[in-house]
Design a protein around this ligand. Structure first.
Ligand code: HEC
Length: 145
């Protein structure tokens, strides 16, 4: 189903920028955030031996997805329906939500710029980035089920 949705949005892209399903799009990006953080924490925990190139690729992916997530088209008013865990606060406090997205973009960009080359410096970056996930989820996400 996701593949079909992506194919349709790819087709639609030529004529309009409308997203096929903003909820699915942003959830897929959030899942990718989770995967990238998981990949980074394997290095932090020493489960994998340090690979600066792979770390940089994961940080770059987080930053690219932070940029994509900042698109207002992914957050149309009232799109907290179905299985979405988006909180109505996103639309009650748009400036606060925008600021959280902006900080996420800046902190991931700074981590890419820092290009951490050992576990200690990566640990610091992951700590800063992880705070973005936690504080935005606390303010703007409601856990369902
Ligand atoms: C600016 C706010 C914000 C930031 C920053 C943020 N998230 Fe989220 N996240 C949300 C919201 C809102 C949802 C619920 C979206 C929905 O279901 O419509 C969500 C949902 C999720 C989900 C569930 C996706 C699903 O399958 O339904 C995961 C996993 C997730 N976020 C991981 C992360 C991680 C990891 C980070 C940090 C690297 C992060 N998020 C940063 C706001 C944020």
């Amino acid at each position: 189903m996701r593949k079909l949705v992506l194919a349709i949005s790819a087709l639609a892209f030529g004529s309009s920028i409308a997203m096929a399903d903003p909820i699915e799009e942003r959830e897929a990006l959030m899942k990718a955030n989770g995967a990238a953080m998981g990949g980074l924490s394997a290095f932090v925990k020493g489960e994998k031996s340090y690979d600066a190139a792979e770390v940089l690729a994961l940080l770059t992916k987080l930053n690219e997805d932070a940029v994509k997530l900042s698109s207002p088209e992914l957050w149309p008013a009232g799109s907290n329906t179905g299985d979405s865990e988006a909180s109505p606060k996103i639309w009650e406090d748009p400036a606060g939500f925008q600021a959280a997205l902006e900080k996420f973009k800046l902190d991931t960009a700074a981590a890419v710029g820092a290009a951490p080359d050992d576990v200690d410096s990566l640990k610091a970056q992951v700590g800063v980035i992880g705070q973005n996930c936690a504080s935005c989820h606390q303010a703007f996400r409601v856990k369902k089920g």
